[in-house]
Ligand binder design. Structure first.
Ligand code: AMP
Ligand code: GLY
Length: 420
């Protein structure tokens, strides 16, 4: 098997912190750009504007890396993977064209229709008249989605017709060529399944569940994700095989046959509805915070899988091995997240928390100033607890959070509660 010498990891969130730890545990040398303060000891960090694909390609060249791994969606949709590959360097991440599976919900719906993949019925609207008629057609609860990337804030699910209409109006005004997707409401628990693919072969990772709403009991606004856990003891037998057979493989095959091969990570967000499984959304990259839970359970090296996906050789690589242990991830968010997170508050107790057995504290929105750790983003840290089952893992994660202080911070207290 190819011996990876050096990887450039692009991104700065807790997802990238988890990716870094997994890559290093597998024996790879990693440099990060821009990374975060939690990564400083493990990897050289380079400043970088992640939305600049040429700058990513330049750095990959000057650092002589063998593989670039792109974490966030924005550079992918902007063509960063294409820019890297144009320099003859392997890149884990789809082309700009293929990343439209995440970058345009209307495009994703087209692909799903062509591939026969089950998803919510939807209408793509380009003006308010179409919006009103779609809202009439589907009825409450209303589901209104910005067609384009919106950093986890593009979707509103509400019983309030006025709020639904207003959100649609905002989405329509946001971009030049605006579209908004109005769709059928899907009931049932949600599952996130990630699959690594080279455009032909599909390797599913372990499923996880994400908590998108800000507050306990799913109250409050949608966020980037407030917590996650894996495995899902309540999931039906054969769920992963079913999702691969009915969702992931048909989508990957369709994209390839349409001349837009998707290589990288396909993230399927699914609802297990009373009428069977349905795709809620596709993303073109690892999810945050599910990645922190999933990778905590990975026992085999991550680098060779990503390299094989990037070079069309995934069929030759042994499948990943997983721990039977559970992982629970709780996100610590700043005051006023997600609307207008307050920054610059001191964060204390991270070292004590991180030193606990079976706990890892991953950084996201943090910075160091005058030797103090300060909040510098909406999602500040994620705390990962591992244990023999979800209850144990949960206990460890919350015990670790007890050591961390951040003024007016927010976290959910019900992550993985009663899921054993
Ligand atoms: P998305 O960005 O499409 O994943 O949507 C964010 C969140 O909104 C999802 O994780 C769901 O919790 C919720 N959501 C999206 N679409 C639907 C739907 N059709 N029915 C019910 N909830 C949805
Ligand atoms: N956890 C949701 C996302 O990564 O989009």
């Amino acid at each position: 098997m190819f011996n990876i010498v050096k990887i450039l990891l692009v991104g700065s969130g807790a997802r990238e912190h988890a990716l870094l730890r997994a890559l290093i545990a597998g024996g790879d040398e990693v440099v990060v750009a821009p990374g975060n303060v939690g990564m400083t000891e493990a990897a050289a960090r380079f400043p970088l504007n992640v939305s600049d694909g040429q700058a990513i390609a330049d750095l990959a060249e000057t650092e002589s890396v063998d593989l670039v791994v792109i974490g966030p969606e924005l550079p992918l949709v902007n063509g960063a993977a294409d820019a890297v590959r144009a320099r003859g360097i392997a890149c884990f991440g789809p082309s700009a064209e293929a990343a439209l599976l995440e970058g345009s919900k209307a495009f994703a719906k087209q692909v799903m229709a062509a591939a026969g993949v089950p998803t919510a019925m939807a209408r793509v609207c380009t003006n308010q008249t179409e919006v009103e008629s779609a809202l009439d057609a589907f009825g409450p609860p209303f589901v209104v989605k910005d067609d384009g990337l919106a950093g986890g804030k593009g979707v509103v699910v509400t019983d309030d017709r006025r709020i639904a209409g207003e959100h649609a109006a905002v989405c329509l005004q946001r971009h030049g060529e605006a579209a908004v997707v109005i769709e059928e409401y899907l009931d049932g628990p949600e599952v996130s399944l990630f699959a690594i693919t080279d455009g032909v072969t599909v390797v599913p990772l372990q499923p996880a569940q994400d908590y998108k709403r800000l507050g306990d009991g799913d109250a409050g606004p949608n966020t980037g994700g407030m917590g996650a856990y894996s495995p899902l003891p309540w999931a039906p037998e054969g769920l992963v095989d079913d999702i691969v057979a009915r969702v992931i493989q048909p989508t990957i095959d369709r994209m390839r046959l349409d001349g837009v091969p998707f290589a990288g990570l396909l993230y399927a967000g699914l609802a297990l509805t009373s009428r069977g499984l349905r795709v809620v959304e596709f993303n073109a990259r690892f999810g945050d915070p599910e990645t922190q839970a999933v990778l905590a359970r990975l026992e085999s090296p991550l680098g060779p899988l990503l390299f094989a996906a990037a070079t069309g050789t995934l069929a030759e690589v042994a499948p990943p091995r997983w721990s039977n242990d559970a992982a629970v991830v709780v996100v610590l968010a700043a005051a006023n997240y997600p609307q207008a997170p307050r920054l610059g508050d001191e964060v204390c107790g991270v070292e004590q928390a991180d030193a606990l057995v079976d706990v890892a504290v991953l950084h996201a929105g943090t910075e160091v100033a005058d030797g103090r750790l300060l909040s510098a983003g909406g999602r500040v840290l994620t705390v990962v607890g591992c244990g023999a089952n979800l209850s144990d893992a949960r206990e460890r994660a919350y015990a670790a959070l007890d050591h961390i202080t951040l003024a007016d911070s927010q976290f959910r207290r019900d992550i993985a509660l009663n899921k054993d």
